[in-house]
Design a binder for this molecule. Structure first.
Ligand SMILES: Cc1cc2nc3c(=O)[nH]c(=O)nc-3n(C[C@H](O)[C@H](O)[C@H](O)COP(=O)(O)OP(=O)(O)OC[C@H]3O[C@@H](n4cnc5c(N)ncnc54)[C@H](O)[C@@H]3O)c2cc1C
Ligand code: FES
Length: 285
């Protein structure tokens, strides 16, 4: 798409939007609600936006709200560097730049009628929250919705209100674990990919959506494959260092793929022949 009179694709030009709300979600993690560029945000769960903070720079963030919420959208930001710390300092009424939505999200239209198994490690739930919300709003389109959420400590659990909703609702099956418990934690202790081993599910009718650090991808892939889930039915959302976000600079490249443009969501089948993805993320088998 090109701006009339300007031979510049609109995805190259940040649109200014307002910060509507800022919520302290967990230590070092905030959720920002932003107005949609030009009043409407149409996106597929799993797509990302490039957010710019004036004077600080630009970084990619996954949209973490439901696609049905179109007049505003949420991002969940871990304070790790220049842009994310600047985002943490913003207040309602401040302005940021937005490019997107960009990339390819989860292929929900290809998995209608199937059971879905979501695996989130750490802040990976920021990405899966959007796709889970979409599925819950269209429950009759899918079979079982199984959710595995793993964090380092109980204090790092994100979206506690959503987790409670999924726990209480018989239509979603929530399994949680922490690496290191504290006195408040009565639940499971251990790493999140191990939940896959312990849940009884039909591997031939199940599609897996995995978001987390590379170690979670690696062991989740192995455990799903061991259970008999097909390679084409295991999806990951990859994080790489992005600059342009639109397939021009090559910063995000994994072999012949641009993660920003061809992904960030990929199936195991797409990645397994790419040595760089296998090295960083997948079990080499
Ligand atoms: C598709 C996608 C979706 C994402 N979604 C989210 C999200 O929903 N929420 C979220 O919090 N984050 C998300 N991220 C990650 C986020 O974009 C990065 O953490 C980003 O770098 C933050 O920008 P920053 O300026 O705050 O940090 P930076 O200043 O870029 O620093 C971030 C970290 O990377 C290190 N670093 C800096 N430069 C380099 C380098 N050249 N090589 C290696 N390491 C380096 C820093 O030491 C620091 O630890 C996403 C990334 C991608 C690609
Ligand atoms: S970030 Fe520039 S090509 Fe992907």
């Amino acid at each position: 798409m090109v701006v009339p009179g300007l031979e510049v694709p609109v995805d190259y030009i940040p649109q200014q939007v307002d910060v509507l709300n800022v919520i302290d979600e967990a230590p070092g993690v905030k959720i920002l609600a932003l107005t949609a560029p030009q009043g409407k945000m149409t996106f597929v769960a799993g797509q990302f936006v490039q957010i710019s903070v004036f004077g600080y720079g630009e970084a990619p963030f996954t949209i973490c709200s439901s696609p049905s919420q179109s007049d505003s959208f949420d991002i969940c930001v871990s304070a790790v560097g220049r842009v994310s710390n600047a985002l943490h300092r913003l207040k309602p009424g401040d302005r940021v730049g937005v490019r997107g939505p960009l990339g390819h999200g989860f292929p929900l239209e290809q998995v209608l009628g199937r059971d879905l198994f979501f695996v989130a490690g750490g802040t990976g739930m920021a990405c899966l929250r959007s796709v889970i919300a979409d599925c819950r709003e269209n429950l009759s389109d899918y079979g079982r919705l199984i959710i595995a959420n793993g964090v380092k400590t109980p204090a790092k659990r994100l979206f506690a209100a959503d987790l409670q909703l999924w726990h209480d609702d018989v239509r979603t099956e929530l399994h949680e674990t922490v690496d290191t418990p504290d006195a408040s934690w009565q639940g499971r202790v251990g790493v999140v990919p191990d939940i896959i081993k312990d849940v009884d599910f039909d591997p031939h009718n199940t599609v897996a959506f995995v978001v987390g650090p590379p170690v979670v991808f690696r062991f989740a892939a192995q455990n799903f494959l061991n259970k008999g889930v097909e390679e084409k039915d295991i999806y990951f959302s990859l994080e790489r260092r992005f600059q342009c976000g639109v397939g021009k600079c090559g910063h995000c490249q994994v072999n012949d793929l641009y993660v920003c443009q061809n992904g960030p969501v990929f199936s195991y089948s797409e990645l397994k022949s790419r040595s760089e993805a296998v090295e960083a993320t997948l079990p080499d088998n």
